[in-house]
Write a new protein. Structure first.
Length: 213
């Protein structure tokens, strides 16, 4: 079972329902007619809301040339409804999807910590979040603010909004990982506590930009 199997089993047509998607699930159509503008010029599509045809689970050999590791997250596992809470580690990777300003987030939740809860769980690289950042630049560059906003949106969509939901975030040693601030490693643990609405998320994202401007 993958996390997407979990969506289907536990949430049916709710949290990750294809019924929310338009018939035309091409990248361009979804970016124009479906993606949510979470803050000005930042549009997101998340598999935690609905799973477009091009999202879902991937194998490492398919994406390894196109993604860079951002870091590892230790957190409560929220993708399946479990009788007892499980603590897991999720590795986070970032790439681009067709356009220079469309970013694809892949996560791999390691099976350690899940063996006793979900014996048939298997690891995969799951395409769970996409972000379009509109810019006047023809070749926009990622920076600390953009990377940290992407991570905050990811954690929010993962449902990590409760005290102790996040134990630790450790940035990777890749170029992109080192662009994430040391402060983010320490503040992210509590940054999303009680962040239970998109409006609150938007305020946090704006604040993050203002603090680092």
């Amino acid at each position: 079972m993958s996390r997407f199997g979990g969506h289907a089993v536990n949430f049916g047509t709710g949290k990750a329902s294809e019924k929310l998607l338009p018939e035309d699930q091409s990248l361009d159509n979804l970016l124009v007619n479906y993606a949510q503008e979470i803050i000005p010029n930042h549009f997101i599509i998340s598999s935690y809301d609905a799973i477009p045809e091009y999202m879902g689970k991937y194998q490492w050999k398919t994406i390894k040339k196109d993604v860079f590791k951002l870091g590892d997250l230790e957190h409560d596992f929220t993708d399946l409804l479990l009788q007892y809470q499980a603590s897991v580690t999720t590795s986070i990777y970032l790439g681009k999807h067709h356009y220079n300003n469309v970013y694809a987030v892949f996560i791999k939740t390691h099976k350690e910590g899940l063996e006793d809860h979900v014996p048939d769980y298997y690891e995969s690289f799951d395409y769970v979040l996409q972000m379009l950042i509109q810019s006047v630049d023809e070749k926009p560059e990622l920076d600390t603010i953009k990377l940290e906003r992407i991570l905050l949106i990811l954690f929010y969509k993962m449902g990590l909004i409760y005290e102790d939901s996040i134990t630790l975030f450790k940035r990777s040693k890749t170029h992109l990982g080192q662009m994430i601030s040391e402060e983010f490693e320490t503040t992210t643990i509590n940054a999303l506590v009680d962040l239970d609405s998109d409006d609150k998320l938007a305020e946090l994202l704006k604040k993050r930009g203002n603090e680092q401007a």
